[in-house]
Design a protein around this ligand. Structure first.
Ligand code: HEC
Length: 140
């Protein structure tokens, strides 16, 4: 008698648990709804906001990288960024040599808003150097 009651109780609990569980269809619907957010953060750059290309795509040109990751500061001069096309602002920097400029592009300038890779963490060093070339070419 006691045994039967316990089995009945166990079945009742198991039944109510199943009622709370998601059906495969509901689970798939939820996964589909949240999937795009996860993808953007995986494939995009560090900010997760300005994704510029899908991983494994062909290298981006200097101009493409500049337009997506550098322009925001280097057109406005935000935070003291040398404005592309401002020859006087770039002259002393160019005089320091391209190696120094590439280093600043890839590693950033400590103590300023010029962060490593301009924040484009999905950019390769070569892509950043290309953007630096593009900026220098337009500023002398
Ligand atoms: C958040 C703003 C910001 C972004 C985005 C940004 N920069 Fe800069 N950048 C600066 C500032 C500010 C400076 C000036 C730093 C200093 O005082 O030397 C600077 C300076 C530079 C310099 C000159 C450094 C030197 O040694 O003279 C290079 C080269 C440069 N940035 C490249 C880039 C590239 C390439 C990108 C995009 C991949 C980029 N920046 C994105 C703010 C930014």
């Amino acid at each position: 008698m006691l045994k039967t009651t316990l089995i009945a109780l166990a079945l009742t609990i198991a039944g109510s648990t199943a009622a709370w569980a998601l059906s495969d269809k509901q689970r798939a619907a939820i996964e589909a709804r949240i999937a795009p957010v996860g993808e953007v953060c995986l494939l995009g750059d560090s900010s997760c906001g300005g994704a510029v290309a899908v991983a494994n795509a062909a290298p981006r040109s200097g101009e493409e990288v500049y337009n997506s990751a550098c322009m925001a500061c280097h057109v406005s001069g935000a935070g003291g960024a040398p404005i592309v096309g401002d020859i006087a602002a770039w002259q002393p920097r160019i005089a320091a040599g391209m190696a120094a400029l590439y280093d600043s592009g890839v590693n950033g300038v400590p103590g300023t808003s010029m962060m490593a890779k301009g924040g484009c963490m999905s950019c390769s060093d070569e892509e950043i150097n290309g953007a630096v070339d593009f900026m220098v070419a337009g500023s002398q």
